[in-house]
Design a protein around this ligand. Structure first.
Ligand code: DGJ
Length: 695
């Protein structure tokens, strides 16, 4: 007997099949099937034949492959008894429940009191599916590993793209060929981490940014994850994703949601689906119609050195440039003159702020900006009143190695979460604050999913009480970015690197999953504090102006030219913000490796903006044309270079094309996509910005 279930979005169908009440397997995940497809025939036609030297049946890669079923690869679930021995589970169909937008499928082992539930949710309008595995066990034992429902790779997939990184170098792509054996990535840092963004891309042979079949998978949990990509000896490949093993405390656990999407439009199609999912189903803004504000963050201007005259002056300058939200970063609380003290003491430091924060907030509001404040709630310093009062609230042993001189609070202790709630609530209640930058500057002493669950609960509680307050997820930059935290936050501090050149690459890596409007990007100091590199203002401004724009530097360092340029770049950003923040993002394919280009096309196709960045000098003399994407081939578009003033004369001698003179030029979509745009020859650290309007 075969049972089948199918899940459809416009660009994909996923079919699950269970034989004889056993755990189901994904028998099809690819292009959308029509309604009449005969699923039992599809399943039977896929039935593989055993070959020599193997068992008498080819064991399916089920959503939770188990050795008891004859599968010899990595198991999808491991329960260990008190002696450490693995339990032998026989999970059989136990019923199902449909709910609006999805389905729960239950499989039970009655003897061991184990219930495995697969929850499937369909986000058809986003082209995304979400699969979750939940395990409940009434008997003794310890859940040592639980994968979200396991996905086999498609028949034309022979490579995987993963993401790695470091502080100031997040979202680096790692591409490798599938090969016999298991490739394992295990993040034991207790947060999604700079090093291990929990997502992968699977290209079918020949897929590129703009064309071909590509798949995307990402785990929506913030506690650290493990993934396994295993090609078993018979050549099939399974993909497992779950919270880091060994961290479940008892016999219950959840792995997922695991978000899946597929596209025939290459990686850009995958990214656009993930962006749509986040926009429509995850991100909860306090005022959805309000544009994402331009930020000023004072961190790299003053660090811990707070005084109201300086900050009020910075606020004046920020307002004059067009900033809409002023953020007071670390250093306003306890007795915090540096990073060695006071985490946990969330009371305004009256030495620095004798009249409290009120006067600065009023000053900021009077200049038409809203006010944001930095917290790092999950952390504690030894040198804090909180540690002196509650020495038992630390997560892990007291003799552990600190990180940035600090330790982690055990949020799963209800009193800890209550204390944090009441302290943050008091600050929010007493002040006109509409934004929190929520930082997390060290890894956990050990992975503990209760910590992330308690964090989500604390964030929900705060937002329920203060629905007008938005939150940015920050963890020394991009150390906690994933689809789990994004249900509770509205912006990501993508990186501590304000070096435009690094940032341009980090932004591109992040764009596979993260839409531009939530990726915070700030114009940093002329000499970057984390790289020592000096970069021109036009470049720094364009990098920031392609995402959620902000500034983070001593505004007093601007020359007159820089101030004028920044003011005009902010004004231009505001003009194109609606398009940038709701449009379709296309990473463009440029054969010149030193050029990283992207474009954003309005949903209705009426307008677009292109950013083409020259990162290093090119190998060849002439700039290669940049082919656009996502346009209507038969439509005509008027394109215009917005920054012809950045054209370096020595590299562009002689007569200039109308485009390079800053004039509007009208061409067809076919020309723009197949022949491309001939940008001027550029110095490194230049971004050409081109607008396009459909005629
Ligand atoms: C790390 C963050 O990433 C920085 O932006 C800044 O907020 C510091 N922490 C403050 O301590």
């Amino acid at each position: 007997m075969t049972q089948c279930w199918r899940f459809d979005t416009p660009a994909q169908t996923l079919v699950l099949a269970s034989r004889n009440h056993r755990l189901p397997e994904v028998v099809y995940w690819s292009a959308p099937l029509d309604e009449g497809e005969d699923l039992p025939t599809l399943v039977d036609s896929m039935y593989p034949a055993p070959t020599g030297g193997t068992l008498d049946q080819v064991q399916p890669i089920t959503v939770c492959p188990l050795w008891i079923d004859g599968f010899t690869g990595v198991q999808g679930l491991e329960i260990r008894d008190q002696n450490g021995a693995a339990s032998t589970l026989r999970l059989r169909y136990d019923g199902e429940d449909r709910f609006d937008g999805g389905l729960d499928l239950r499989f039970a082992d009655a003897d061991l009191g184990v219930l495995y539930t697969l929850t499937a949710r369909v986000y058809a309008d986003a082209d995304v599916l979400a699969l979750t595995a939940t395990l409940n066990q009434t008997g003794p034992g310890r859940l040592a590993w639980l994968s979200a429902p396991v996905i086999p790779t498609g028949p034309r997939v022979d490579e995987v793209i993963e993401f790695a990184g470091r502080w100031c170098g997040e979202f680096q792509l790692c591409r490798s060929s599938l090969a016999p054996g298991a490739r394992l990535r295990e993040n034991r840092l207790g947060r999604s981490a700079h090093e291990h963004f929990p997502g992968i891309l699977l290209p079918s042979r020949g897929a590129t940014e703009t064309q071909g079949e590509a798949f995307g998978i990402t785990l929506g949990q913030s506690c650290g994850h493990r993934h396994v990509i295993e090609t078993v000896p018979d050549g099939r490949t399974q993909v497992q994703f779950g919270p880091t093993p060994g961290q479940f405390q008892g016999t219950e656990g959840t792995a997922g949601p695991l978000y899946l999407t597929r596209s025939d439009q290459g990686f850009n199609g995958v990214s656009q689906a993930f962006h749509r999912y986040l926009r429509r189903h995850a991100l909860i803004y306090s005022e959805p119609a309000r544009p994402r504000p331009v930020h000023y963050n004072c961190w790299e201007a003053v660090y811990f050195d707070h005084d109201i005259e300086t900050l009020a002056d910075l606020a004046d300058r920020a307002a004059q440039l067009g900033v809409e939200r002023f953020v007071l970063d670390d250093g306003w609380f306890g007795a915090r003159n540096d990073d060695t003290t006071s985490l946990g003491d969330w009371l305004v430091d009256l030495r620095k702020w004798p009249s409290g924060l009120g006067p600065l907030i009023e000053h900021v509001h009077a200049r038409g900006m809203s006010f944001g404040l930095w917290f790092e709630p999950e952390m504690i310093n030894d040198d804090s009143d909180l540690a002196r009062k509650h020495p038992t609230w630390f997560l892990g042993p007291r003799d552990q190695v600190p990180g940035r001189h600090q330790f982690v609070l055990d949020l799963a202790i209800p009193e800890v979460s209550d204390e944090l709630f009441s302290k943050i609530d008091a600050i929010l209640t007493d002040h006109g604050i509409d934004y929190i930058k929520w930082d997390h500057n060290r890894v956990l002493p050990f992975p503990d999913p209760r910590q992330a669950e308690a964090l989500y609960a604390l964030l929900s509680r705060l937002r329920a009480k203060h629905p007008g307050v938005e939150i940015e997820t920050c963890a020394s930059g991009g150390g906690r970015i994933d689809f789990g935290i994004l249900k509770h936050t509205q912006r990501v501090w993508l990186s501590d690197s304000n070096d435009g050149q690094e940032r341009w690459q980090i932004q591109r890596g992040a764009s596979y999953f993260i839409p531009p409007e939530i990726a915070g990007s700030h114009i940093g100091p002329r000499v970057c504090h984390t790289s020592g590199r000096t970069l021109p203002i036009g470049f720094r401004a364009a990098v920031a102006g392609s995402r959620s724009m902000g500034l983070e530097m001593n505004l007093r360092e601007f020359t007159d030219y820089e101030a004028v340029r920044v003011r005009s770049e902010i004004a231009a950003f505001k003009e194109r913000r609606a398009l940038l923040h709701a449009g379709r993002l296309y990473r463009l394919e440029v054969t010149d490796k030193q050029v990283l280009a992207e474009m954003h096309v309005a949903e209705d196709g009426a307008q677009f903006v292109v950013f083409s960045g020259q990162v290093q000098p090119s190998a060849q003399g002439q700039a290669r044309p940049v082919c656009l994407s996502g346009l209507d081939p038969s439509a005509r578009y008027t394109i215009q270079l917005t920054n012809p003033g950045d054209i370096p004369a020595p590299l562009n001698r002689g007569p200039r094309s109308p485009l390079h003179r800053g004039e509007g030029v009208t061409l067809s979509g076919t020309v723009l996509m197949h022949h491309g745009v001939q940008f001027p020859n550029a110095y490194p650290n230049t971004i050409w910005t081109l607008t396009g309007v459909r005629q």
